[in-house]
Design a protein around this ligand. Structure first.
Ligand code: CP
Ligand code: NVA
Length: 303
């Protein structure tokens, strides 16, 4: 039966750990220039309703390195659910390709594609979740901290798709997840309740960024206005100001903490130049790992 990767919860703990292992293997082969054409001749159709740098390039280059090919379908092309119905798009793309990756606004669009397609569908970001990002981020945490178990991860900022995905993962892998967002901008309540009910991780929420960051091994932030919320940028800038990750805030973290951001960063808003470019920042390792983890996900679903 075909498998999809629309949410972290689509994989078991064992499968997530296997994906880390495979990503590490493929990363090493890539660095050593060892050919690994595990998806020779296969095609990935990539639907983008939103802009992208990392997701597009990492999937496209990743498919090339795996011996396959990726087709980019930008916001002007498909008209997912407008020019053509979601199931019809899926039924057409499965005639040309062996996998679909989609970056969408409503999460129902990726679940709709997956329900109609007989080929694997991967969520390349929805308004609700960004699962490829979060698995890549955990790979980065393991590389820099040596492990993920019990890691004190402080997420500071907007309760968006990134933190929802971290919460999902915390329902599967043991983390100490400390979330700080302004009131009214909390993460998805259902996802939070479901992850907490699994009893795997400690997951706390507060309105106090210092409280979240104190003693943290990892400090993570993201844009204050996600794609689709651009009209709220000015309003959010005022509300989120106390949540800026700057030298004062990071001074409360563990001495050997790392700073992470899924990027793109809005320097001077959610993070200062000093933190982004400082010695604790691993944001470009993090960006690179998107490709290695996604290659492992592609192989798991398509090989
Ligand atoms: N982090 C991430 O998904 O980046 P892009 O929006 O550039 O793809
Ligand atoms: N929360 C951001 C993540 C970008 C990778 C957004 O959805 O725009």
């Amino acid at each position: 039966m075909k498998r999809d990767f629309l949410a972290e919860t689509d994989f078991s703990k064992e499968e997530i750990l296997q994906t880390f292992e495979l990503a590490r293997e493929l990363k090493e082969k890539t660095k050593k220039g060892i050919e690994h054409h595990l998806l020779k001749g296969q095609v990935l159709a990539m639907i983008f309703q939103k802009p992208s740098n990392r997701t597009r390039v990492s999937f496209e280059v990743g498919m090339y390195q795996l011996g396959g090919h990726a087709v980019y379908l930008g916001p002007q092309e498909i008209g997912l659910g407008t020019r053509e119905s979601v199931p019809d798009v899926a039924r057409v793309l499965e005639r040309f390709s062996q996998g679909i990756m989609a970056r969408v606004f409503g999460h129902h669009l990726v679940t709709g594609l997956a329900a109609a397609a007989r080929i694997p569908v991967i969520n390349g970001l929805s308004d609700l979740l960004h699962p490829c990002q979060i698995l890549g981020d955990l790979l980065t945490i393991i590389e820099h901290k040596g492990h993920y178990e019990g890691i004190k991860l402080a997420y500071v900022g907007d309760g968006n798709n990134i933190v929802n995905s971290f919460i999902n993962v915390a329902g599967i892998l043991p983390l100490d997840l400390r979330i700080a967002t302004p009131k009214g901008y909390e993460p998805n309540a259902e996802i939070l309740q479901s992850a907490r009910s699994k009893g795997v991780s400690r997951i706390s929420w507060s309105e106090d960024p210092v409280d979240a960051v104190t003693g943290a091994d990892v400090i993570y932030t993201d844009t204050w206005a996600s794609m689709g919320q651009e009209s709220e940028t000015e309003m959010r800038r005022k509300i989120f100001q106390p949540f800026q990750v700057n030298d004062e805030l990071v001074s409360h973290a563990a001495k050997d903490h790392i700073f992470m951001h899924c990027l793109p960063a809005h320097r001077g808003d959610e993070v200062t130049d000093a933190v982004m470019d400082g010695p604790h920042s691993v944001v470009f390792d993090e960006a690179e790992n998107r490709m290695h983890i996604q290659k492992a996900i592609l192989v798991k679903l398509m090989a």
